[in-house]
Design a binder for this molecule. Structure first.
Ligand code: ADP
Length: 209
């Protein structure tokens, strides 16, 4: 842990979707230390690295990640918001990094929610295509890209629940949140989803970790 005054804790909120698939919340925590099969990077369209969680992932994972990003960019030029690609995890404990580009938040009227939902769906789809069972997300778009945290949490969790329900291999999703305020906001969004979920085709429960 770097300069944080609280211990990492796994939240008491865990969304349990039918057939044992779960969504967990952890924080304050550094996603580069996660041991899930993949971690998700909140990248930018150039895929060439940046600040925030992107910089932390490249620093911790080493040059092999950037080398693969360069190869991908030489083919697709840039990665649009809402899409996702996979690379090695380099030196990370996670074998893979799934790079996705969140929307830059303007006013909520420019398809920000749709693009943020797509980041989660696409990342989970890519993980599933590669037979990965677990992946960790940071709070995509809530840093430099300015997405208000409570709204981002609601979109992130509801889209993750739907994509997880449809996945063949992915069974565990973790939201790994860098600061306590973001963790609390995501927990509140999960509670809200539990309350409003009565008519959904899947079941979500509150459990204690
Ligand atoms: P974006 O450009 O998508 O907003 P940022 O990296 O600026 O991406 O921020 C996204 C979120 O990632 C923010 O909540 C930020 O606090 C968080 N973050 C930054 N570093 C880390 C890290 N090492 N582990 C987990 N989350 C991180």
């Amino acid at each position: 842990m770097i300069g944080r005054d609280t211990e990492v804790h796994d939240s008491t909120i865990r969304l349990v979707i039918k057939n044992g698939k779960t969504i967990e919340f952890s924080g304050p925590a550094d996603i580069t230390r996660e041991t899930t099969h993949a971690i998700v990077n909140a990248a930018n369209s150039s895929l060439l690295g940046g600040g925030g969680v992107d910089g932390a992932i490249h620093r911790a994972g080493g040059p092999a990640i950037l080398a693969e990003c360069r190869q991908i960019v030489s083919k697709i030029r840039s990665l649009p918001a809402g899409k996702a690609v996979i690379t090695t995890g380099g030196r990370l404990a996670a074998k893979h990094v799934i790079h996705t580009v969140g929307p830059i938040y303007r006013d909520g009227e420019h398809e920000e929610a749709e693009k943020l939902a797509s980041c989660h769906r696409e990342s989970i789809r890519v993980a599933d295509e590669h037979g990965l069972e677990s992946l960790s997300f940071p709070a995509i778009s809530t840093g430099a890209y300015g997405y208000p945290v409570p709204q981002a949490g609601a979109v992130a969790i509801s889209s993750a629940v739907e994509a997880l329900a449809a996945a063949k291999y992915v069974n565990t999703i973790r939201f790994v949140l860098f600061d306590i305020g973001t963790l609390k906001a995501y927990e509140r969004a999960a509670e809200e989803l539990l309350r409003s979920n009565t008519a959904s085709p899947y079941q979500i429960e509150k459990a204690h970790s």
